[in-house]
Ligand binder design. Structure first.
Ligand code: SF4
Length: 378
């Protein structure tokens, strides 16, 4: 039996894949075989032929940032004429529009703006929750939270996270993980902090009862070993959540996508599409304690998104009404809800709207005439 077959067999028996075995997967050309096993593992967790999606909106509240990641086409340096901070009323209107079309989740993300005091975030969250008590604030990546700690003048990371949670922050998106290894991080975003800075924020969120997601951006010059380490570091934190009885489910989902080199200062080759399927399948196989895997259709395009549903993904992500960070770097695939429903059905699955915690809110059966009304509104 070949080395890769042995690893896949072990995974199918439900045994954990260790670092070197993960590296075998991430270096293998047997992508279809891996996809088959990843799909089997996905089906053990999600036996119903359902693919979920969340109706949500990305609100890029500020583009001012002092981290200067080399791959980022979105940020403007402090003092730039093109820098902005959205007025609170503009943000509240965007949330109102989201609620009006049946949306449940707001992904507020921006730069690490050194000019905003910590009270900006807590006041804004309170204002949002006062007007929209049922909206889920799945907002602020770890780099933004670390910046809040700096501008808070003396609060600890735990105090910052606790105050944000108390003000209305429900859940943290895993943006900015890129590759959780410092060799690569130093090359691409020297000022963003170490991989442990990212993980410390997630660990604090988990200890405070918030759920989170984990991401991975590959194609940043990292080695196969660093890709495998990235996954194992996420898996270790998830183990800790369970073993230490944190009041949180931990990472609810894993999302990966390739680095998009257009319009950035990093001259790296664009990863090939099959690389995406390899990463998706290998991550589903290795991350045995993460329940959900999102397809990155915003970046990969609808057809690849559809294919990923047979390589271990069980979720089609968010409707993403705004996606400025990705689109600034040249990826402009736009998929509306009608197309999401169509693609999920073409992949042989039943679409279902979910909330941020992956509770199903609404099924879209083929015969369900009601989805026409839903689509019309969107
Ligand atoms: S990726 Fe985020 S932290 Fe890095 S420069 Fe862009 S906005 Fe700033």
């Amino acid at each position: 039996m070949s080395a890769i077959d042995q690893v896949l067999d072990k995974a199918l028996r439900g045994e954990r894949i260790e670092l070197e075995e993960g590296m075998e997967l991430l270096a293998s050309d047997e992508i279809e075989k891996m996809g088959h096993v990843a799909n089997q593992i996905m089906l053990k967790r999600h036996p119903e032929p359902i693919t979920t999606f969340v109706v949500g909106r990305n609100v890029n509240y500020t583009n001012v940032c002092d981290v200067y990641c080399r791959f980022c086409a979105f940020y403007r340096a402090p003092g730039s004429k093109e820098g902005y901070v959205l007025d609170d009323e503009v943000i509240l209107n965007k949330i109102q529009e989201t609620v009006d079309v049946g949306g449940t989740e707001i992904l507020m993300q921006g730069g690490t703006n050194p000019n905003l005091p910590f009270t900006y975030y807590t006041d804004l969250l309170r204002k949002i929750k006062a007007r929209f008590p049922n909206i889920t604030m799945h907002s602020f990546s770890p780099a933004e939270i670390q910046k809040m700690k700096v501008v808070s003048d003396g609060l600890t990371l735990d105090e910052v996270v606790a105050q944000l949670h108390e003000a209305g922050l429900d859940s943290l998106p895993g943006g900015g993980a890129e590759i959780l290894d410092d060799r690569t991080r130093r090359k691409i975003s020297r000022m963003k902090g170490s991989w442990t800075d990212w993980m410390d924020v997630m660990n604090s969120a988990h200890r405070h009862g918030m759920n989170t997601t984990a991401t991975m951006v590959y194609g940043l010059g990292e080695t196969i070993e660093e890709r495998a380490l990235h996954m194992i570091r996420i898996r270790d934190e998830q183990d800790k959540v369970k073993a230490l009885g944190y009041p949180s489910p931990g990472f609810k989902a894993f999302i990966s996508w390739p680095f998009q080199p257009d319009n950035t200062n990093l001259k790296l080759e664009k990863a090939k599409p099959e690389e995406y399927l390899r990463i998706v399948a290998a991550s589903r196989i290795m991350l045995d304690n993460i329940p959900n895997f999102q397809s990155s259709w915003v970046t990969m395009g609808p057809e690849m998104g559809k294919l990923s549903l047979s390589y271990g993904c069980n979720d089609f992500g968010s409707t993403m009404i705004e996606e400025n960070v990705v689109s600034a770097a040249g990826t402009t695939h736009k998929v509306n809800i009608e197309l999401i429903l169509q693609l999920i059905r073409e992949a042989g699955k039943v679409p279902a709207q979910r909330d941020t915690k992956y509770n199903i809110l609404r099924m879209f059966h083929e015969t369900d005439k009601a989805d026409k009304d839903f689509v019309m509104q969107n």
